[in-house]
Design a protein. Structure first.
Length: 289
């Protein structure tokens, strides 16, 4: 069966100060998603869906089609127009409603098993081999899978990040918690969600970097969870989002999903803020597509 890779590239990237998803960081102006697409293709993925913002530059669309001509490429738009008619978006809201909303926006383009990744992360070739092997073993409609990284390899010294911290037993995801305000402090990693009582996080804690594999049948329960999120959203909230780990956590708690999880030996790197760009450019300098 053919497999699809879904690349999420519709975020505002406010900490970066621009569209980092489309920034050419490679030696010939390559975007991170170009390296991701090639690694996925080499692992057996034949279709690519890029989730873009409503007013995406046409030159970007043409550039992707030209540079990734070895895959079947489609573009899905993440915009407020795709939200349910009964939901009223706050007047001053600019931010999209998160990664779960993103993959629901791509629903019409997904017929096969599919992987979901961020456009501003590089996951490494081995990670795609690991994910592909897990996806090939998925046989039931309520099955998914994920590749994890140790938290220590995903946090730099610059600012706080959000990660999905995972509890895994016998290769199965037991729980996942979207954890905010994680950063290094005095050589260790702490969660500063409660700044008066920061919690130390073990360096080898497995975490999600949004590299998942899913059956297409899971899109319906994902949409149900997202609609429930919207129903419970403050009508004046300008920043709330519904990330994929929240949906997984709810379905796991109800025993309605099974997620196989495997650590990867691949090195991850990505771009959160403008300060990360120079390091990524250096890492890409000797990488060839």
């Amino acid at each position: 069966m053919s497999k699809t890779i879904v690349v999420m590239a519709a975020g505002l990237a406010t900490r970066y100060g621009g569209n980092k998803q489309f920034d050419g960081m490679g030696p010939n102006g390559e975007m991170l998603m170009e390296y991701t697409a090639k690694d996925a293709f080499d692992a057996g993925f034949k279709k690519l869906v890029v989730i873009v913002p409503e007013h995406v530059n046409e030159a970007f669309v043409n550039r992707i089609r030209e540079r990734i001509d070895y895959m079947e490429v489609s573009f899905a738009v993440q915009s407020f127009d795709s939200l349910p008619e009964w939901f009223a978006v706050p007047k001053d809201r600019k931010r999209p409603y998160g990664t779960l909303d993103a993959i629901i926006c791509a629903k019409d383009y997904i017929q096969d098993k599919f992987a979901v990744v961020n456009a501003d992360d590089y996951y490494g070739k081995q990670a795609w081999g690991d994910l592909c092997a897990l996806m090939d073993r998925m046989s039931a409609p309520n099955e998914g899978c994920m590749v994890t990284y140790p938290i220590s390899s995903t946090i730099s010294g610059d600012g706080a990040v959000t990660r999905g911290l995972c509890h895994i037993e016998n290769g199965q995801l037991v729980s996942i918690k979207e954890t905010y305000n994680l950063k290094k402090h005095e050589g260790a990693i702490y969660c500063f969600e409660n700044e008066s009582e920061p919690v130390k996080i073990a360096d080898d804690t497995p975490c999600s970097m949004n590299i998942f594999g899913f059956s297409p049948e899971l899109l319906d329960p994902f949409e149900d969870i997202f609609n429930e999120f919207l129903r419970n959203t403050d009508s004046n909230d300008l920043d709330c989002e519904c990330p994929i780990p929240v949906a997984l956590g709810e379905l796991l708690a109800k025993n309605e999903i099974k997620i196989s999880a495997a650590p990867t030996t691949s090195s991850w790197f990505g771009v959160t803020s403008k300060e990360d760009r120079a390091a990524v450019v250096e890492l890409l300098r000797d990488m060839k597509l």
